[in-house]
Design a protein around this ligand. Structure first.
Ligand SMILES: *Cc1c(COP(=O)(O)O)cnc(C)c1O
Length: 230
């Protein structure tokens, strides 16, 4: 086998393993097969690393930077038109229009100024990506996401501004048991009548699914470790 098909085989194998683990968690949790969406987080990986996953059937991808996604995805989408792209990283208000133009969903809506910028961009472009409100679920000062106490007001503002808010997103604190944070995000979503819960990464997605995740964001388990950020 040449290197190219080795890579294809490895990517297809990792994807099959993750899909199987998702199915198992759905089954154990008594949830319908296919009720959890797998977002393949391709940040820092170039088109050559992404293509094998597309060839293996993956169609939903996540990126955390608008500029990086703008550089990579138009060409990949020209090759495979039915790809969906989700923004999972922090968004500056001055990039709101670029984000609305490029992404099919935005998981990082976390402050009033960004709600305003997104509403304006959606109006202008007549395009309405689905939105998740990101919650700073561990109340960590350095992290994105709105404070839990600010969620009701931010959600009301987003709904009034016409953003299609479908759920909540969170990244629990590192190096602690994530389950309580997943349970809390699930409760907050339920309290606010939101169907979507974007939670769970490579190390904890099965737990997240047991606790109600509808979207898991998985990078390392699909692509291998990321190169260190320069
Ligand atoms: C990078 C990233 C992920 C994926 O993390 P892995 O541990 O590589 O699966 C998920 N969510 C967000 C917000 C990220 O930035």
């Amino acid at each position: 086998m040449n290197g190219h098909s080795d890579e294809m085989t490895a990517a297809a194998g990792r994807l099959a393993d993750v899909r199987e683990a998702i199915l198992r968690a759905e089954r154990i949790a008594g949830r319908a097969a296919g009720s959890v969406q797998l977002i393949a987080v391709s940040k820092t990986h170039d088109a050559d690393a992404i293509r094998p996953l597309i060839a293996a059937g993956q169609r939903l991808f996540g990126e955390n930077r608008v500029q990086e996604a703008q550089a990579k995805w138009p060409a990949l989408r020209a090759e495979t038109p039915d790809i969906a792209l989700h923004l999972i990283g922090q968004l500056q208000s001055n990039k709101a229009e670029d984000a609305v133009a490029l992404f099919d969903a935005i998981h990082s809506v976390d402050r009033p100024s960004l709600v305003e910028a997104l509403a304006k961009a959606m109006e202008k472009l007549d395009r309405r990506p689905e939105c998740f409100i990101q919650v700073n679920i561990g109340e960590e000062p350095q992290k994105g996401g709105c404070a839990i106490a600010d969620l009701p007001a931010l959600l009301a503002q987003a709904r009034a501004a016409g953003l299609p808010v479908i759920g909540l997103m969170a990244v629990p604190p590192l190096d602690v048991e994530p389950a309580p944070y997943f349970a809390l995000l699930d409760k907050l979503a339920r309290d606010h009548g939101l169907p979507g819960r974007s939670m769970g990464m490579s190390g904890d997605y099965e737990t997240a699914i047991m606790l109600g995740a509808t979207h898991v964001r998985i990078g390392t388990a699909l692509f291998g470790t990321r190169p260190p950020i320069a």
